[in-house]
Design a protein around this ligand. Structure first.
Ligand code: MTE
Ligand code: MO
Length: 530
């Protein structure tokens, strides 16, 4: 009989040592370590997408609205903790399964961890800008999980003589019982403790910033906004106010959790094609002369009739003044504004220095800039969509050429020219609303920042266009509210709106979804009159 030696033993062929229970337990523990490491990495990586939270957001987003409503009705405010808990439990169960499957060949379990790590990383990256961070967190966690499993379940194979002249293989745990138990306990405690400390840190840092923010106040603007005309609003039910409250202002960004910026550590650097780079602290910035303006901000991905638009009273330091103090080099073509979490927006330098008064905003509607809208500072550039201009949590401004750099969304398929186009919408009545016949007020908003509104027109059932009444003008960089009195007759009707800007140009009727540029076409609202 040929002699067998220990070197001929392949890992997958070693005789079993570990029970299913041990495999499940250690698999679960290793996955707990993987999760803790992934969460820890996400805390220190740019963008900081917490994997569990990112997956929870994804589940929320992809759950049909009806089902979501039913579930929330059933569990109330416990929905988030239940969901997060559920996700963790599912991941741990999968991990226990990996432990059972690979218990007697733990070192070869790496492909399973690789797949899990990639999956968690991809889910984390999905829908966020932090693609690289998400993947690093997922894979880093997977590596830690695999190493834990391989370490705790390691085995030693040695040749033993089972009969005279006959050599067999004896496989036994490498760690003695005591080391194994102590290591498992320590690893488990570290993982659970780490996650607990981590979530406390996360919650505390946002609370700390909120407290610090609450202690700040806005400087008195050197150039206040003209008073809001009393007739800027339209006082009917369902019509939004002319100035959007901070709580109601749309929020769009790539951050799952808004960056918590400590103002004492924060500064803004102006660099690139400038005479002399400069760095401003929060208080230095706050001490510069400020302006206050009503400006309507809009998102390029707003669908026709969508709500990704808001009008606020912004206060801040004129961008031109800050750039001029650094000295604008004649070769500068573009301004790139980067945030603390690595987002960038870029636009032609002209828009930063011309008479539109682009600003580094520190205040919103008389309040210190809210965290979710960019505290401590953001850009607000009238006439440009947010994705090319309105960097929140601002950290650096670079003057560049167009060839040197592009903003975050440009390589992702959006056009570099983010000039806001004409848009109009109907707020009242709602689509598919039932109305009594007779006098019905149709009302909404229209905007074309930098150009202003010349008129708004409404058409019923593709009939002739009738002029709506415009509410008072708040300036060329804000939306304008409008209303139209309709003598509604019985039956189903379609209302359509379009605007004509101050140049006399009619809003484009071409139906187009947003991406790579803004959406276009006229919003139509279907109503049932009886
Ligand atoms: N740091 C950062 N700033 C950002 C973004 C972002 O993803 N990250 N998104 C931009 C986009 S696409 C828009 S439309 C506006 C939205 O500003 P708001 O959330 O205050 O309404 O912010 C811009 N500034
Ligand atoms: Mo946007």
């Amino acid at each position: 009989m040929p002699e067998q030696s220990s070197t001929s033993v392949l890992p997958g062929q070693t005789p079993p040592v570990w029970s299913k229970r041990a495999g499940a337990g250690i698999g679960l523990l290793s996955t707990l370590v993987a999760l803790a490491v992934a969460e820890l990495l996400s805390l220190v990586l740019p963008g900081g997408p917490s994997p569990v939270r990112a997956i929870a957001d994804l589940v929320i987003e992809t759950t049909p609205a009806e089902l979501r409503k039913t579930l929330i009705d059933a569990v109330g405010t416990a929905d988030k903790p239940l969901l997060t808990g559920g996700i963790i439990i599912v991941i741990l169960i999968v991990g226990a399964g990996v432990g059972v499957r690979f218990r007697n060949m733990a070192r070869t379990s790496w492909p399973a961890y690789l797949v899990l790590g990639l999956l968690v990383g991809a889910l984390t990256a999905l829908g966020t800008a932090a693609i690289v961070s998400g993947l690093i967190a997922g894979l880093g966690g997977a590596l830690a999980g695999w190493a834990t499993l391989a370490f705790l379940l390691q085995t030693t194979a040695e040749p033993v003589e089972i009969a005279p002249g006959e050599v067999g293989i004896r496989v036994s745990p490498t760690l003695d019982r005591r080391t194994f138990l102590v290591s498992s306990g320590a690893v488990g405690l570290l993982a659970v403790g780490g996650v607990a400390v981590l979530s406390a840190v996360r919650a505390t840092s946002l609370r700390t910033v909120e407290t610090a923010r609450a202690m700040l106040s806005l400087a008195r603007p050197a150039s206040p906004a003209p008073p809001l005309p009393p007739a800027a609003g339209i006082d009917i039910a369902g019509m939004p106010p002319p100035v959007t409250a901070n709580e109601d202002f749309y929020r769009i960004d790539t951050a799952l959790v808004p960056p918590a910026v400590d103002v004492d550590d924060w500064s803004l650097t102006i660099t690139g094609r400038v005479g002399q780079p400069i760095t401003l602290t929060y208080s230095e910035l706050r001490d510069l002369p400020q302006i206050e303006r009503y400006i309507t901000l809009a998102c390029v991905s707003n669908p026709v009739g969508g709500d990704l638009v808001g009008n606020a009273l912004w206060q801040g330091v004129p961008l031109r003044a800050v750039l001029e103090s650094a000295g604008i080099s004649p070769s500068a073509e573009q301004l790139v504004a980067e945030s603390v979490d690595g987002f960038t927006a870029a636009f032609p330098i002209n828009a930063a220095v011309d008479d539109r008064e682009a600003m580094i905003a520190l205040g919103m509607n008389g309040e210190v800039l809210p965290i979710s809208h960019g505290f401590p500072a953001r850009l607000v550039v009238p006439g440009l969509y947010g994705y090319v201009s309105a960097t929140k949590w601002l950290s650096q401004i670079r003057l560049t050429t167009f060839a040197e750099e592009t903003g975050f969304w440009i390589p992702r398929g959006w056009i570099a020219d983010g000039t806001i186009e004409s848009a109009s919408r109907i707020d009242v009545p709602l689509n598919r609303e039932s109305l009594p016949a007779g006098n019905v007020v149709v009302a909404g908003r229209a905007w074309h920042q930098r150009v202003a509104i010349g008129g708004v027109e409404v058409s019923v059932d593709d009939g002739p266009w009738s002029a709506a009444t415009l509410a008072a003008d708040m300036g060329i960089d804000t939306w304008r509210l409008w209303s139209w009195n309709w003598a509604a007759t019985r039956g189903d009707h379609t209302l359509r709106v379009r605007m004509i800007d101050a140049n006399g140009d009619v809003q484009s009727p071409v139906v187009r979804r947003s991406g790579p540029g803004p959406s276009s076409g006229y919003q139509s609202v279907e109503v049932f009159v009886d």
